[in-house]
Design a protein around this ligand. Structure first.
Ligand SMILES: Cc1ncc(COP(=O)(O)O)c(C=O)c1O
Length: 491
């Protein structure tokens, strides 16, 4: 980074508002930021994974910042860095067995820096042909990996899986009710209904609420003992709704549920969706990474039959937040769902057919999300990612075995590296009190991070996911030893 050089054209060295800093100060600030990130990622394992946070102290320190007087740049930077170091769960820690929030890739961090500096505006193609073309290329590349025909597939980057799922609900509405954009839901005459398993992500419910479908439009489908959607129950619910005069329009299958990593039976669900003429969306926010590795691909077979897919690069691909992807095999569906016109929208006059991001997304002004995926993938390649996914999957299997050998009962069944378990050595090991006490004990120790969740009919369980590409076998052993200490401390 050539921080020392002033841009040509004689930029004044001192901006009265200090939005552009004098050269030397700017250099120190940027180098300080790069340094702080480097040191953080180097030393993160030495800190408690979840530091004890003093909220009152944070608020007091912030209350002193009234923005009345300019603060020296390095002091301002250090306030932010210290605040983050002491006031967040360190998801980059190798013993963060967490909620799919990975250690960020070096390439992704560099990309975010470049994006902040170049500040590309991805509302319209004409403002950033390069960036939009990069994202288009990624959309086609990921679509092909999931088995879609790249020449007819389409998609958009999103802030994350929640926005991608929201996009799916909107796209499915457009697909099922082509007049909905004009006449609105009340023009439909019948209540549209959608189907998702009890283990599906809450963002589907939220999307139903905020699209105006209403929470009651979501039909929760039962799961089998492996926590996968019961296809028979899906069929029953659709039939009952049709008989009641409702309009089933969307099934959301999950490939890698948030709590337990369960993968719904995609082939069977796809066949129901086809027969019933409803849109099939597969939420593969985390588990979709299985499609990138040959021996794991069978676990998500059927995904290519989906009408659309959610995939988060900021989960298993370890790209910094937020990098969601919505993919569809219907070329014009996003355009039909989102395109609007306004006089101020820049038009392109290149004569070639292009993707207009604003006609593909809920967003208008948008960050160049794809660059962190592009750089990470350029540097690691599919093969590099395959190796990481394979290793984490193997560690997940080891964790399962080690937990079982140490007297924990494994509750979930998935090829993906997330393990749900309860204490089999005590009669009340599966009670909410014990499960939550164990999770609190582990997190409170600072040595590792796991969580408590509920699966199936509300069974409380502990949950540990091999989330960081930095996790190794010795971290699993530390976790097992810690769990043992915590359970013995409960008496
Ligand atoms: C299965 C699934 N879908 C969707 C989401 C939402 O993704 P995001 O957090 O990127 O919005 C998550 C988040 O964990 C998830 O596990």
């Amino acid at each position: 980074m050539s921080i020392d050089r002033e841009p040509p054209g004689g930029m004044p060295t001192a901006d009265p508002g200090r939005l552009r800093l004098p050269t030397e100060e700017r250099r120190r600030l940027w180098e300080g930021a790069v340094d702080a990130v480097g040191r953080y990622l180097q030393d993160v394992d030495a800190d408690a994974v979840a530091p004890l946070v003093d909220v009152a102290a944070i608020r007091e320190a912030l209350a002193r910042q009234t923005f009345e007087r300019p603060v020296e740049p390095l002091a301002a930077l250090s306030m932010a860095v210290e605040g983050l170091r002491r006031g967040q769960v360190h998801t980059a820690h190798r013993r963060y067995f967490g909620l799919f929030n990975p250690t960020p890739t070096d390439a992704g961090i560099a990309a975010d820096l470049v994006v902040a500096g170049f500040n590309p505006q991805l509302a319209a193609w004409s403002h950033n042909p390069f960036a939009v073309e990069v994202e288009d290329h990624l959309v086609r590349s990921f679509a092909a990996r999931f088995g879609f025909d790249a020449s007819s597939a389409d998609g958009t980057f999103a802030s994350g899986g929640a926005e991608a799922n929201h996009t799916a609900v909107l796209a499915a509405l457009e697909s099922g009710f082509p007049d909905v954009g004009r006449a609105g839901l009340r023009g439909l005459g019948r209540q549209p209904t959608l189907y998702v398993s009890r283990e599906g992500h809450h963002s589907v419910h939220k999307a139903a609420r905020v699209t105006g479908l209403g929470a009651e439009a979501v039909r929760e489908v039962r799961v089998d003992p492996a926590l996968r959607m019961e296809v028979g129950h899906l069929e029953e619910r659709i039939a009952a709704d049709r008989a009641a005069g409702l309009a089933p329009f969307l099934v959301v299958a999950t490939a890698g549920t948030t709590s337990a990593g369960a993968i719904d039976p995609l082939v069977e669900i796809a066949s129901v969706a086809r027969r019933e003429g409803v849109f099939l969306h597969v939420d593969a926010a985390w588990g979709g990474a299985a499609a990138l590795v040959e021996e794991l691909r069978p676990a998500v077979s059927g995904i290519a039959q989906a009408d659309s897919i959610t995939f988060d690069a900021h989960k298993w691909l370890s790209v910094p937040m937020g990098a969601g992807l919505f993919l569809t095999r219907h070329r014009d569906l996003l355009h039909r769902t989102f395109s609007t016109h306004a006089a101020y929208m820049p038009r392109h006059e290149s004569g070639v057919s292009v993707t207009e991001p604003h006609s593909h997304s809920l967003q208008w002004s948008r960050r160049f999300i794809g660059l962190k995926v592009f750089l990470s993938l350029l540097i690691a390649g599919w093969e590099g990612y395959g190796a990481v996914i394979r290793r984490q999957t193997a560690l997940g299997r080891d964790l399962r075995e080690k937990l079982a050998a140490a007297g924990w009962r494994i509750v979930n069944d998935t090829p993906l590296p997330v393990v749900c378990f309860v204490d089999a050595t005590r009669a009340d090991g599966a009670s909410a009190e014990v499960v939550e006490a164990v999770a609190r004990g582990v997190v409170g120790s600072g040595e590792a991070w796991i969580s408590a969740t509920r699966v199936g009919d509300g069974q409380p369980v502990l949950r540990a996911c091999v989330t960081s590409f930095r996790t190794r076998t010795e971290d699993l052993d530390r976790l097992i030893a810690l769990l043992d200490r915590v359970r013995r401390s409960l008496g």
